[in-house]
Design a protein. Structure first.
Length: 252
């Protein structure tokens, strides 16, 4: 993966006090030799706890649109605090914690069970929630950057969405995988969340693993055959849309 600290390149990760994992998808080389534009697409956890200083940073970045994958209750508990940002809801209701609590009540909860529940949630992004990701790409072709994509933690729903964007722009698979795993460097776990669950289980759901993203792309293969067919048939990105997306978010 390209070094985001190269001279004249902006910082990939912005260390905000009231958010974590706020990152730029710019600076990645594509298979055709172009580069994803810096300061156009950001990914983050939710924007409901930004400090006044954070808000000024986000304003200075020029962010005007947010694409929010959180469910109904999640959105209500963390409303975006930047008044200038228009929030577009693309809801994917969370399911993992409820499933974990069911396993806990049955006495069958282990770290390996938690890992498999995480993988299954990623498969379900493809099986049951492709419409939300399709809507995202419709917005990416219409909304003016800079923009931010987020969910609650900014690592799973947002992680898969970011991987799809980079795929659509032609970024190689190994770079996409490395970008996805940067979450483990920059995400700050909520120490107060799901405290009734064992620590090894909380660790599994509070980080990302290559196997999670791989599970989503396995589901793409099972449901659509390959990623290119998914982009075309699942996400409605035909030849013209792919070209428009690249024109907007790539530079030579």
């Amino acid at each position: 993966m390209q070094d985001s600290s190269l001279r004249d390149s902006p910082a990939r990760h912005l260390a905000l006090q009231g958010a974590s994992n706020f990152r730029d998808l710019g600076g990645y080389r594509t298979s055709d030799g172009r580069t994803t534009r810096w300061r156009h697409i950001f990914r983050s956890n939710h924007l409901g706890q930004l400090t006044a200083a954070d808000v000024e940073i986000v304003r200075a970045l020029g962010v005007r649109s947010a694409f929010d994958f959180r469910g109904v209750e999640e959105r209500a508990s963390g409303v975006c605090v930047v008044n200038e940002i228009t929030v577009h809801s693309l809801p994917i209701e969370p399911s993992v914690v409820a499933a974990l609590r069911t396993e806990l009540a049955q006495g069958t909860l282990t770290a390996s069970v938690a890992l498999e529940l995480m993988r299954e949630s990623y498969r379900n992004y493809v099986r049951h929630h492709t419409s939300s990701f399709r809507s995202l790409f419709g917005h990416l072709l219409e909304d003016r950057a800079p923009l931010v994509i987020h969910c609650t933690a900014g690592k799973d729903r947002t992680g898969f969405a970011s991987a799809l964007i980079l795929h659509a722009l032609g970024v190689p698979d190994d770079v996409i995988a490395e970008d996805y795993l940067l979450t483990n460097q920059h995400y700050k776990r909520d120490a107060t969340a799901a405290t009734e669950l064992p620590e090894d289980v909380r660790s599994a759901i509070g980080s990302v693993e290559a196997s999670y993203l791989a599970a989503a792309f396995e589901a793409v293969g099972e449901e659509y055959g390959d990623i290119e067919t998914y982009l075309r048939d699942g996400l409605s990105l035909g030849t013209a849309e792919r070209a428009a997306l690249k024109a907007r978010y790539l530079q030579s």
